[in-house]
Ligand binder design. Sequence first.
Ligand code: CA
Length: 591
Amino acid sequence: MKHTGLRKPFALTALCAAVAMSSLHAWAVTDQEILNDAKSTDQIVTNGLGLQGQRYSTLDTLNTNNINQLRPVWGFSLGGEKQRGQEAQPLIKDGVMYITGSYSRVYALDARTGKELWQYDARLPDGIMPCCDVINRGVALYGDLVIFGTLDAKLVALNKDTGKVVWKKTVADYKAGYSLTAAPLVVNGKLITGVSGGEFGVVGKIEAYDAKNGELLWTRPTVEGHMGYVWKDGKKVESGISGGEAGKTWPGDLWKTGGAAPWLGGYYDPDTDSLLFGTGNPAPWNSHLRPGDNLYSSSRLALDPNDGSIKWHFQSTPHDGWDFDGVNELISFDYKDGGKTIKAAGTADRNGFFYVLDRTNGKFIRGFPFVDKITWAKGLDKTGRPIYDEAHRPGNPADADKGKSVFVAPSFLGGKNWMPMAYSQDTGLFYVPSNEWGMDIWNEGVSYKKGAAYLGAGFTIKPLNDDFIGVLRAIDPKTGKEVWRYNNYAPLWGGVLATKGNLVFTGNPEGYLMAFDAKTGKKVYEFNTGSGVIGSPVTWEMDGEQYVSVLSGWGGAVPLWGGEVAKRVKDFNQGGMVWTFKLPKDLVAKR
Ligand code: CA
């Protein structure tokens, strides 16, 4: 912004005052602001409330003593007939909220009033192939740009004031089944994201782009055997970076369509200068077609942000035969062990085990079940590798149409799916949104065809209990102990937020934003938003008051893939709203 509006005629004052506000604040989001996001309480410029993704806020104005005074202050409808799952986390910068909606839409809203400032609609082509609803998980902010990924596998950077396109980049071919759903992250000017499409036999990849102009900087395929590359001054550096040996953990040619899509994106740990990403299932699901561990599917990866090379990997489900994926967020945290600080990372896998890794080298520290029932493995060995119960691997169809069907828990929708957990620096606990369900699963023959589903499996998901599927759990990563749990009738599909006010927030498909006492698990607040909450709540401070915001809008993978579970939730209303709450100043009670 060049003008301040101070010498404009009176009639223009109101308009210019608004412009002047933003120019005085020098909006441009810097690398330093992004690195400091976990500590700044007046803005949220990263997915995860900090690059490590702990989803912990140091705000304590709102706390267990006064949360009953939390009030809705505005709601905003995303509009249109496109009311499907809303999984985004809002970002907040200088009094403006940036969100994404279903079908690759972006909105800028006045965070004080909910007034729409602009809206961008990606106008998707026919033939997009999202596996699991037309969702998006949020934007990244950098400089004057609002950047997000679309369901036709493009990155789009918009001007933060106008919503006009500044640059656009095709990341992959949507006709081959690629799409983008993750919120990108920005590390030192590099915009980094992962692709979706493991159900279509894509080759997963993590890529870095120059956030300012969208130039590709490096690409790191996540199926062993594929080379990674770095670009300098727009030219590919010819000696590629090896991603292991082709065919070593994959037979024949299957590595060429091996899946392992890092569809949930990732986080960054400044202490070890590592990008921490998870990777999805090997393709196809039918594991009998691909003997071997099938690296780097169903794994956690630490990448060097400079060139995308793999520093270490930890594979949670080698030779995955259940679509357990391995995309779940790997969250950095430190803890003391005999006076020594352990630089750890925690992750709750779809396969039902919680893992604590040494984030300096990827070594397994400990692992334990975090769900009530795991049938496919008898446990973990000393290295964290599952001890398989082969009776629970769906049978080889060989020449038959269908192999032996087995009942497995958890179901492929996972002990925990995409919905991000939170880590509290006060309690030292992880707050994990999880589900108790199993599945009948069987294998079928399949061959790769571009743009077609590539599963070689059939399934029916079933609840394990009559009265609940979802469980919000407080888990001690040092002992594996479940400190408390909250059972929810419908499966939980929303993110979690922890605060210094001893609060844990999440939502449920029944429509409630809920808050719990972080220490005891007692429910201390709920508000019905009118549709299922499957987005991730945030909190920030504005004008000296603490705000909370969350998207509402039922959808996501459960209604599409959930079998008998989908029947249980079929009457939940769809929607598409942002709800914003605050604790008014005059209602702040003393702690
Ligand atoms: Ca998958």
